[in-house]
Design a protein around this ligand. Structure first.
Ligand SMILES: NC(=O)c1ccc[n+]([C@@H]2O[C@H](COP(=O)([O-])OP(=O)(O)OC[C@H]3O[C@@H](n4cnc5c(N)ncnc54)[C@H](OP(=O)(O)O)[C@@H]3O)[C@@H](O)[C@H]2O)c1
Length: 309
């Protein structure tokens, strides 16, 4: 199978199918300034040099820090760069996230993002999460209004179910869905399928399972391709559906280069079949094995290879 390198979001923004997640260019607990601001800026510049043209951020990252750093580093923005941002969380402190899907909050969040990013219109504005205290239709309705006013070009959702996608589509066209998805977390499999049916971008967050898949768990496929485990994990996501767009985050230029290189890795049908059986419990055991200096990882990778439904 040949991996299609680009996907046109809403048929309009052709993006490289390897985006950059800008959550970790902030301090610990996604709070405050990054430990190495110059390094974070260098990574952002490298994103552009590599031709990556989808950057995912949110008002809540920092809060505000990620958006400000993107604007300070990349303005004037290159043509064809799509900055996707999100609203829908309050941040009471480091590591703390409280959903807030009230329409007035979403409006204020979007206006803040426009100001910080220095944009007249946001290419893709996503509802970050569903707030159980607010009627879903009200939150989506607020984004529909922002779109009607021209502040937002396209509306996306995040952390939603198939049923919520279908409900939202009765209110406003939905261009993207951003859910957690990786080799070791496939809880959004049905959402990915629905996005593929509808031609909606499926933006995968934590495609490296927060770094865990960059370790030795999938070493065998990686060796066969002269690739790294992280590249195999990303290639697997890319080959799941042409609408899938992983957005790994990194503070390292080396890792960024490596991640973009995943677009060139084509897994064979046999390798994909083996990886199909790679499930979280195995990933967890491997993670523990890696933490103990890798003991047992070889045995476990044999178990993965032998695994059958
Ligand atoms: N919608 C939502 O609710 C939501 C939630 C969480 C995240 N997100 C979005 O998704 C993006 C990615 O999620 P994430 O950061 O949680 O998970 P991730 O991308 O799966 O993992 C990031 C971690 O992987 C490491 N890493 C990156 N490339 C690597 C490589 N080639 N080899 C080894 N390790 C590597 C990074 O460390 P180094 O810095 O050392 O490379 C970092 O610690 C975020 O930036 C954000 O935009 C969205």
């Amino acid at each position: 199978m040949t991996v299609r390198e680009r996907f046109a979001i809403a048929g309009e923004f052709p993006v490289l199918r390897l985006g950059f997640g800008a959550m970790r260019i902030t301090g610990n607990g996604i709070w405050g300034e990054p430990g190495d601001p110059a390094g974070a800026r260098a990574v952002l510049r490298r994103v552009i040099d590599l031709g990556v043209n989808l950057i995912d951020t949110a008002d809540s990252y920092g809060p505000e820090v990620s958006e400000r750093l993107i604007a300070d580093t990349l303005r004037p923005y290159p043509a064809h760069l799509a900055i996707a941002t999100k609203g829908g969380f309050d941040r009471p402190g480091p590591g703390a996230w409280r959903p807030n899907g009230r329409p007035e909050h979403l409006r204020a969040a979007c206006e803040g993002s426009l100001r910080r990013l220095g944009l007249e219109r946001i290419a893709l504005y996503q509802l970050h999460t569903v707030d159980p205290r607010v009627a879903f239709e009200e939150s989506v309705g607020a984004l529909a209004e922002l779109r009607a006013e021209g502040k937002v070009r396209h509306v996306g959702l995040s952390n939603v179910s198939v049923e919520q996608i279908d409900r939202a589509r009765t209110i406003v066209p939905i261009a993207s869905v951003q859910n957690r998805f990786s080799l070791s977390d496939r809880s959004s499999e049905a959402v990915l399928r629905r996005c593929a049916e509808l031609g909606i971008a499926f933006i995968c967050w934590a495609p490296l399972d927060r770094g865990a898949l960059g370790r030795r768990s999938i070493v065998r496929s990686a060796r066969a391709h002269d690739a790294t485990p992280a590249q195999v994990a990303l290639a697997w996501v890319l080959q799941r559906a042409p609408v899938a767009i992983p957005i790994p985050s990194t503070g390292s230029i080396e890792h960024l280069d490596e991640n973009v290189g995943a677009l060139a890795v084509e897994l064979t049908a046999e390798e994909i079949e083996v990886l199909e059986h790679f499930r979280r419990p195995v990933a967890d055991v491997l993670r523990r094995a890696a933490a103990k200096g890798g003991r047992g990882a070889g045995k476990l990778s044999r178990r993965i290879r032998r695994a059958r439904p």
